[in-house]
Design a protein around this ligand. Structure first.
Ligand SMILES: [Zn+2]
Length: 223
């Protein structure tokens, strides 16, 4: 179409009346269509941006983060550690990840939660981690819960109960809560089943291999 008008301006116009009368009409129609298309395109683009932002927020719920912690537990198991994983989240973003690693690090304190807290602290450049949520596949022990209190995290989600060493299930919390100067909101049982299955499978395999399980999850070194 444009070429036809160009030709017209240079004196090469079409003789056909049909072409002369139809072209301006088509041109305005195309302009109208073009602007409508642009509006539609902009609306579609805006919709896509909104949809992406919405799905991003919706997908990243507590289950999403616990699944990330389970992946870290799986990774810990592959390294021969008791499978426990943790992620620390602030404003919907993971700022610290940790897999249980006392054997790998030769560090009795390298529980998944501690590893995640240390990494988050380094990343945030702060030892207080207010506004953070901890997702851990296994109920924390006294040491890890106390570290979370020191870090001032807001909320704790955990999966499987730990009857022997878990701070709540063992009854320890009721005896020590008076020393804590910070309160953490706790939600238990989040994806507890896969977390328990992972641990049960780990210890079953160890027993099958002839390893002696002494104190279950004590120090999370698997005996
Ligand atoms: Zn611990």
């Amino acid at each position: 179409m444009d070429r036809a008008f160009d030709y017209g301006s240079k004196g090469w116009g079409f003789d056909s009346l049909q072409v002369r009368f139809i072209l301006p009409a088509q041109r305005s129609w195309i302009r109208a269509l073009d602007s409508k298309f642009k509006i539609c395109f902009e609306k579609l683009t805006n919709f896509r941006i909104c949809y992406k932002a919405l799905t991003k927020t919706m997908i990243k719920d507590k289950v999403y983060f616990m699944k990330k912690a389970l992946l870290l537990a799986n990774r810990a198991e592959k390294g021969g550690e008791v499978p426990v994983g943790a992620v620390l989240v602030r404003e919907g973003r993971i700022i610290g990840r940790g897999g249980n690693a006392p054997i790998e690090n030769c560090d009795p304190t390298a529980h998944a939660e501690i590893v995640a807290l240390r990494r988050a602290g380094r990343r945030a450049g702060a030892y207080r981690l207010n506004g953070c949520e901890m997702f851990v596949t296994l109920e924390p022990c006294l040491m890890c819960y106390s570290a979370m209190v020191q870090a001032r995290i807001d909320k704790l989600y955990y999966g499987a109960d730990d009857a022997k060493n878990g701070i709540f299930s063992s009854g320890v919390f009721d005896n020590v809560k008076h020393v804590y100067n910070h309160r953490i909101t706790v939600e238990s049982g989040l994806l507890a089943e896969p977390a328990s299955e992972l641990l049960a499978g780990f210890f079953k395999a160890r027993r099958g291999a002839g390893a002696v399980e002494r104190d279950g999850l004590e120090n999370r070194c698997g005996g």
